[in-house]
Design a protein around this ligand. Structure first.
Ligand code: KG4
Ligand code: ZN
Length: 342
C-alpha cells in the first residue's frame, strides 16, 4: 500500500510517498519546499505571500515526490492531505490540489488533521530496528502554533489533557528571537546561539510553575524577555547568547514540568513528542534526563528525526495509514481552526 501525502498548512509546500510493508511504514520520497527564507525578510509569515508561494510550488513538489520515489500516479493507492488547522490560503492550495488529483486519478482521499499528523511522524520506520509507540501513550505537541498534551488510547482516540492558554512554545521562540534581532524562524537560531550561552547569567520566571493543571502559557515570558532587554545597556554577542540560553532553558523547563506531571498522572510509560520545537536537541536531552531523575526511567521516549519534526508530508501520509475514513473529493473543505481540544 502506497500513500501520497500533501501538506501546505503554512509556509512549507510538501509531498511525500510512503509505503506500508510487513506492518512497517517507510519513506519512498519526502520533498519539502519552504518559503521561510522569503518570509524571513519580514520577520514572520505573511499569509497572502505564503499562499502565493504554495501555488508556485505545489505541482513541482508533487512531481518530484513521485519521480524521486520512481513511481507514477498509477502506483499510488491513496491520497492524504492536511485539511487544517493552518492559514486558509495555504491550506486551500493543498486541499484543492488533492481533491482534483483524487478525481482525475480516481484514488480515495483521506483528510488529516495537521496536529495529529505531527504525532504520526513517530510511526515512521527509518531503519529495520526502529520501534513504534504502544498505547496508551502520552503525546506532547510543540509547534509554531500549538502546545498540547493528549493521551492516546488507540489510533485516532485521544483525550485532551491541556494546552497553551496563549502563545505556543514555537511562537515564543520566534517572538523572543525577534526581540533579539534574530531571523525567522527563531527556534533554530536561539538553539544555535544557546550552545555558547551561560545559563547562570540571567533568570526568567518559569511559566505556570506549580499550577495544578496541565496547561502552558508563554506570552508572559516574551514580555519578561522584552523587559529584561530594556534593562541592558548593550547587547553584545555573548549577552545575546546568554539570553538565548535562558530563553531556551525556561521554555524547555516549563514543557518538561508539565509533561512529567502528565506522565505521572496518566501512569503512561510511552511519551511521543512532535512538532517543530521537538527538533530541539536540548529538549530531547533534558527530557531524557528528567525521566531518569523523576523515576520514570521505564518510560519510553519517541522523538522523530529533526526533519520529520518540522512541517512535512511524510507525517501526513503516515497518519493516513491508520485512518479508515475516506471522504468524497466533492465534500472536503479546508478548516483553518481545527484543533485537538473538544
Ligand atoms: O511544526 P512546525 O514546523 O510548524 C507548525 O506547525 O507550527 O513548527 C515550527 C516551529 C517554529 O516556531 C520554529 O521556531 C520551531 O518550530 N523550531 C524550533 C527548532 N526548530 C524549529 N524551536 C526550538 N528549537 C529548534 N531547534
Ligand atoms: Zn506543524
Amino acid at each position: 500500500m502506497k500513500i501520497l501525502g500533501i501538506e501546505t498548512s503554512c509556509d512549507e509546500t510538501a509531498a511525500a510517498v510512503l509505503e506500508q510493508k510487513n506492518s512497517r511504514i517507510q519513506i519512498l520520497s519526502n520533498v519539502v519546499a519552504s518559503s521561510a527564507s522569503i518570509q524571513a525578510k519580514y520577520g514572520g509569515v505573511i499569509p497572502e505571500q505564503a499562499a502565493r508561494e504554495q501555488l508556485k510550488s505545489i505541482i513541482p513538489v508533487i512531481e518530484e515526490a513521485l519521480s524521486s520515489a520512481k513511481l507514477t500516479s498509477e502506483d499510488i493507492d491513496i491520497i492524504a492531505v492536511t485539511c487544517g488547522p493552518g492559514l486558509i490560503g495555504s491550506l486551500l492550495v493543498g486541499v484543492e490540489t488533492a481533491k482534483t488529483l483524487s478525481l482525475i486519478w480516481k484514488k480515495p482521499l483521506i483528510p488529516v488533521n495537521h496536529l495529529i499528523g505531527h504525532f504520526y511522524a513517530n510511526w515512521i520506520s527509518l531503519d529495520n530496528n526502529s520501534k513504534t509507540p504502544q498505547f496508551p501513550c502520552l503525546g506532547l505537541l510543540v509547534s509554531g502554533g500549538h502546545s498540547d498534551l493528549v493521551l492516546f488510547s488507540a489510533h485516532g482516540k485521544y483525550q485532551y489533557l491541556g494546552g497553551t492558554r496563549d502563545d505556543a512554545a514555537g511562537e515564543c521562540f520566534d517572538k523572543c528571537a525577534r526581540l533579539l534581532n534574530l531571523p525567522y524562524p527563531g527556534g533554530p537560531q536561539i538553539s544555535k546561539l544557546a550552545k555558547v550561552g551561560n545559563p547562570k547569567r540571567f533568570k526568567l520566571p518559569i511559566p505556570m510553575q506549580g499550577s495544578k493543571d496541565l496547561d502552558f502559557s508563554f506570552s508572559g515570558l516574551k514580555t519578561a524577555v522584552a523587559n529584561l532587554i530594556k534593562t541592558l545597556l548593550e547587547i553584545d554577542g555573548q549577552t545575546k547568547a546568554d539570553l538565548c540560553r535562558t530563553v531556551e532553558e525556561t521554555i524547555i523547563t516549563s514543557l518538561i514540568q508539565k509533561t512529567v506531571a502528565a506522565l505521572k498522572q496518566t501512569r503512561s510509560n510511552q511519551l511521543i513528542v512532535a512538532g517543530g520545537v521537538a527538533a530541539s536537541q536540548r529538549l530531547s536531552e533534558e527530557l531524557g534526563k528528567a525521566l531518569k531523575q523523576e523515576n520514570l526511567a521505564r518510560a519510553q521516549l519517541f522523538i522523530p528525526s529533526a526533519g520529520l519534526c518540522t512541517d512535512n508530508a511524510a507525517m501526513i501520509a503516515s497518519a493516513a495509514f491508520f485512518e479508515e475514513k475516506t471522504i468524497s473529493p466533492l465534500k472536503l473543505q479546508a478548516d483553518p481552526n481545527l484543533s485537538l481540544a473538544y
